[in-house]
Design a protein. Structure first.
Length: 70
């Protein structure tokens, strides 16, 4: 998160808890990693229907597989 010139990073810790930091080195590292991830990513809305269906079908299959092993 960025507020004016202040960067903050919040990390989820269990379901209801989170950790936050203003540490500049850590936040620079996290922002660089997220920026890199976004550059390598493709918007689901920006691809064709075939690729979109393949993406969501793979997610559904993963969910069904995990649900059947419970």
């Amino acid at each position: 998160m960025e507020l004016d010139d202040i960067r903050l990073t919040y990390l989820n810790h269990s379901v209801l808890h989170f950790l936050g930091t203003r540490d500049e080195g850590f936040n620079d590292f996290m922002f660089a990693n997220l920026d890199n991830l976004m550059k390598k990513s493709t918007l689901v809305s920006g691809v064709g229907e075939k690729e979109r269906n393949q993406f969501f079908n793979a997610i559904r299959q993963n969910i069904y597989h995990r649900a059947s092993t419970l």
